[in-house]
Design a protein around this ligand. Sequence first.
Ligand code: NAD
Length: 453
Amino acid sequence: MLANDIERKLHSQKQYFFTGATKPYAFRLSQLKRLKQVIKKYEAELLDTLEAELRKPGQESYLTEIGVTYEEINFTIKHLKRWMKPRKVTTPLTHIGSSGVIYPEPYGVSLIIAPWNYPVQLALAPLIGAIAAGNCAMLKPSELTPRTSALLKKMMDETFDENYVAVVEGGVEVSTELLKQRFDAIFFTGSVPVGKIVMEAAAKHLTPVTLELGGKSPSIVGPTANLELTAKRIVWGKFSNAGQTCIAPDYLLAHHSVKQKLLERMEHYIVELYGANPRVSGHYGSIVTERHARRLADFIDKAHIVRGGKYDTADRYIEPTIIDQVTLEDQVMQEEIFGPVLPVFEYKELDEAIQFIRSFEKPLALYLFSTDSAEIDTMLQQISFGGGCINDTLTHIATPYLPFGGVGQSGVGAYHGKASFDVFTHHKSVLHQTVAFDLPARYANSRLGAKLV
Ligand code: NAD
C-alpha cells in the first residue's frame, strides 16, 4: 500500500516534470515567492510548534529556522535569473568556428530527506534549491518532530500542487520505500550511518546524491586567542539548540596556557546566556526525545564534571555541561555527541592538536580561535574539514556566499546560495559546431573535410 502510494506520487511528479511547467524563470520565481508567503502566514504557528516540540526559544527559532530561510529565498530570487542563463565558454584553437555553451537544466524529481534538529530550515533550504533549479520535489521531514512535520505538510499542501511539491510523512519504513524508487536526485541531511544507507540506495540507480552529515567538529583555542570572545562564542555555539546542531563544537582542544582561564570565562558566559538555572531561563532548548536524553545522561554519569551535569531525562533536560579528564576510549569520544556536553582536552604543541584531530574522521566543521596568522595558516593547510570559522562558531553556515557541506565522512556536496541551485542542476555542456567549413585534420583522409563542404 505504502509502496504503491509512493510509486503513484512519483509517477505523477515525473509526468508533471515532463510537461516542462517547472522550468520557466517566471514559474520558479512565483513558486519561491509563494513559499515565502506561506512561511510568513504560518510564522507564529511554526515558532509555537518548535517551542512545543524542542522548547526552542522564540528568538533562537526565528534566527536559525525562519530568518535564515527568508534570507535564502531572498538571495535566490535576487540571483536566479543569472544562475539560469546558459553560459558561453571559450573553445580551443582545434575547435575553431564552434562555440561551447553550458546549459543548466533541472535533474527532474528530487527527493529531500530531512532531520529533526532544525526541522523547518533543513527541510526548506534544500527545497529552495530544488525549486530554483526547476525540479519537482518530494520532501520527507523527520518523524521525531511530528508536529512540525505535519505543519510543514499542511503548508506545502496549501501552497503547491502535489504533482510539483509533495510532503511524505513517516519514519524509517517510509524513507526505505522512498529510497527504493528511482528519483533523479537525492538530498539527504542526517547521521553518517543513515547517510551510508542513502548512498547505497542511490548507487542502485546511479542517482546523484548530496549528503549533509555530521561528525566530531573540534574547537581549538590557541595561546593568542581573545579569551573573552572565545569563551562567549564557544558557549553560544555549543549550547544553542541544547547542543543539537550538526556544526556545534563537539569537543574543545585548549592550549595548556589558556585552558583554566578559558574554562572560567565559559562558566561565566553559561550563566550570562542561560542564567543560574538554564531549565527555567526560557532561553534554553530541550533534548528531542527521552531516549536521546538518556544517551547524553550516560556520558555525564561516566565523566568528571567541570560545570553543569544536572539532568532530568523524563523532562528531556540536560544542563549545559563541561567535562574533563576524558580519554579517547570513552564512549563520549567514540561518537558524535549531538547534545550539550562538552569534553575538554589540552595540548602543548600545535602539532599535537593536529594529530589529535586527525585521529577522527574529517570533521564537518572546525573552529580555530587564534590571532597568530602562522598558526591559522598551518591549521588550514594541515586539516581537511567541511567548513568553519576562525575566531567564531556556527556563523559560516549563515552566509549564502559560502557553500556549506562536509568532506569525507562528514558529507558529499555542498549547498546554500548558488551552491543550492547547482546541487539540483545538471550542467549540460554542448558544442555548437559550424557548418560553414570543415577542418580536415581529424579525418583519416585529410582531404575529406575539404571535400565535404
Ligand atoms: P538520522 O540520520 O537518524 O535521520 C535523518 C532522516 O533519515 C530522518 O528523516 C529519518 O526518518 C531518516 N532515516 C532514519 N533512519 C533511516 C534509515 N535506516 N533508512 C532511511 N532513512 C532513515 O539523523 P537525525 O537524528 O534526524 O539527525 C541528527 C544527525 O544529523 C546528526 O548526525 C547531525 O550531525 C546530522 N545533521 C547534519 C546536518 C548538516 O547540515 N550536515 C544538519 C543537521 C543534522
